[in-house]
Design a protein around this ligand. Structure first.
Ligand code: HEM
Length: 506
């Protein structure tokens, strides 16, 4: 009897598989056929999943396909569906601005980001996104930079200099990538919570908040590439790890919120930081009838911003230092600029200079992000049938995907010298910053969802780079791969440490 039931189930299963294999002979189950589009042929039911698994990771897979098929092609993955590449500024403008409401983050992305990002701005769409964008923009304004953000960045930069002084004195090389991760996390801890995560004060010690942060991000990255993540996490270690790490992060942030609320209630003067401002903004908005601004909302907003600001900026700093160390003429121009703006015997650039001057430093930062964009690939889901300007239809539930890494190196977009590191391309004849088309230089995203931390990151980079380069010379420790390999991830970490020797200039 049991054997009969088993045979019936097996036969039914096999019949279904045969049925679906005939219905979806070269693409993932559930996807529409698109014979008019170029792209690799997939397996029945699984689409291009096998090829993706055989590749070195999603990013490398996309780069191989871009080489083979050009800027617009398609492939399919089970559970996720069809992806259409749109590696072209005009197509990007159309999806990120003109048809903004037809292309969203969508439910699939929201769900796989949820443990870490919650309902925060990164996974949010519609009114939920609009409300957060409005509140966050209100707080990233000039007055707050002047009042406390600038001073906190300078303070953390000085701690970095102390570490570098010890390295220079001991003749010990340093891993710059690790140093920059510590710097950006400590800066965000200070700016958001007026707290010291102690990443820089104990540079040899692991930091629990950072460890749990890295675990959750790694698992979220993996989910992006793995269609069966929900099922695998049921029996795999990763499910337990992400729950535990998120609990640590949640407890940390909720404790901060609770004790700050208590301080405010008891009439204690709260510190100048973004948490205080967010609590005030949330309370004001709640009085105006916004229901959603509770402590969970505050947790989501602050954690999203820390995630947004830590890795992106640390990685940009690492690639920038690598580019400076391997381009002596760029280093000379940076030093000329620093010495022409700073008075002799001063090392800290004044706020107004950071904002208005340092054009070459800012151009070097942009050039770094053109070649090494901190978010190297990105995607949106189509929520309403649409036709792209190149006449390619995109149907609801299909993804559009683009690769800033490849766009930044595309000769058709940046000219014959696209592969060359040349900050001058961001400056005009009078050495003023050239206004950029956001859809061409899209490392900070573009359209209504442009990065809200661009100014924050620029100020952080200008201050730290100026202070570091003024006092120290950096040289790559020989024997490292150049250019360094990246690790496939949501962002663009270097795969190995970036080891440098440090010596004093004076
Ligand atoms: C080099 C540094 C940075 C780069 C290259 C960068 C790049 C980006 C990119 C590509 C996006 C779009 C991501 C998406 O598809 O959702 C984004 C969004 C965002 N970034 Fe940044 N970012 C940087 C630093 C920062 C910092 C320091 C902060 C804040 C402390 C920040 C806050 C945000 C926020 C809030 C959004 C979401 C905007 C929205 O969805 O409306 N970013 N950033």
């Amino acid at each position: 009897m049991i054997i009969n039931i088993f045979v019936v189930i097996l036969l039914t299963l096999v019949s279904y598989i045969i049925y679906f294999a005939i219905k979806y002979p070269d693409r993932a189950i559930g996807t529409k056929t698109r014979p008019e589009l170029k792209g690799p042929r997939g397996f029945p039911i699984l689409g291009n999943f096998v090829a993706l698994l055989r590749s070195r990771g999603f990013m490398y897979y996309l780069l191989d396909l871009l080489d083979k098929y050009g800027t617009c092609f398609t492939f399919t993955l089970p559970v996720k569906g069809r992806f259409i590449m749109i590696n072209d500024p005009q197509l990007l403008e159309y999806t990120l601005k003109t048809e903004f409401f037809s292309f969203e983050k969508g439910e699939i992305l929201h769900e796989l980001l949820y443990d870490l990002f919650g309902d925060g701005i990164f996974g949010a769409d519609g009114d939920q996104w609009k409300l957060q964008r409005r509140t966050i923009s209100r707080l990233f304004q000039e007055r707050n930079y002047k009042d406390f953000i600038y001073a906190k960045i300078v303070k953390e930069s000085e701690t970095v200099l102390n570490i570098l002084r010890r390295c220079a004195d001991n003749g010990r090389p340093i891993d710059l990538q690790d140093l920059f991760y510590r710097f950006t996390l400590d800066t965000l801890g200070d700016v958001f919570f007026n707290t010291d995560f102690s990443c820089l004060t104990s540079p040899e010690e692991p930091v629990q908040f950072a460890i749990d942060f890295d675990i959750t991000q790694r698992i979220v990255d993996w989910r992006l590439e793995q269609p069966l993540w929900k099922f695998i996490e049921l029996y795999d270690e990763r499910g337990r790890q992400i729950r535990n790490s998120c609990e640590v992060l949640d407890n940390y942030v909720y404790n901060m919120i609770t004790s700050r609320r208590a301080d405010i209630k008891n009439g204690k003067k709260p510190p100048n930081d973004l948490l205080t401002l967010f609590i005030k903004a949330a309370d004001e908005d709640r009085e105006e009838g916004e229901e959603k601004l509770d402590d969970k909302w505050l947790r989501d907003v602050t954690l999203n911003l820390i995630i947004a600001g830590r890795d992106t900026t640390a990685q940009a700093l690492s690639w920038m230092m690598y580019s400076i160390m391997t381009n002596p003429s760029v280093e000379d121009s940076l030093l000329n600029e620093i010495n022409s703006i700073l008075l002799p015997n001063t090392q800290i650039p004044p706020y107004d200079d950071v904002k208005q001057q340092f054009k070459y430093t800012k151009a070097t930062f942009s050039e770094t992000l053109r070649l090494y964009p901190s978010v190297p690939k990105n995607l949106k889901v189509c929520v309403k049938d649409n036709i792209l300007p190149n006449r390619v239809p995109v149907y609801a539930n299909e993804f559009v995907i683009w690769v800033p890494w490849a766009m930044g190196r595309d000769k058709n977009i940046w000219g014959e010298d696209a592969q060359v590191f040349e900050p001058q391309r961001f400056l005009d004849e009078e050495d003023l910053l050239r206004p950029q088309n956001q859809y061409k230089f899209n490392s900070f995203h573009a359209g209504p969802r442009t990065c809200l931390g661009q100014q924050f990151a620029t100020i952080e980079v200008v201050i730290l780079m100026t202070m570091m380069l003024k006092e120290f010379k950096f040289e790559l420790v020989p024997g490292q791969k150049s250019p360094p390999e990246f690790q496939t991830s949501l962002t663009l970490p270097m795969k190995k440490p970036l080891m440098a020797n440090v010596s004093r200039r004076f």
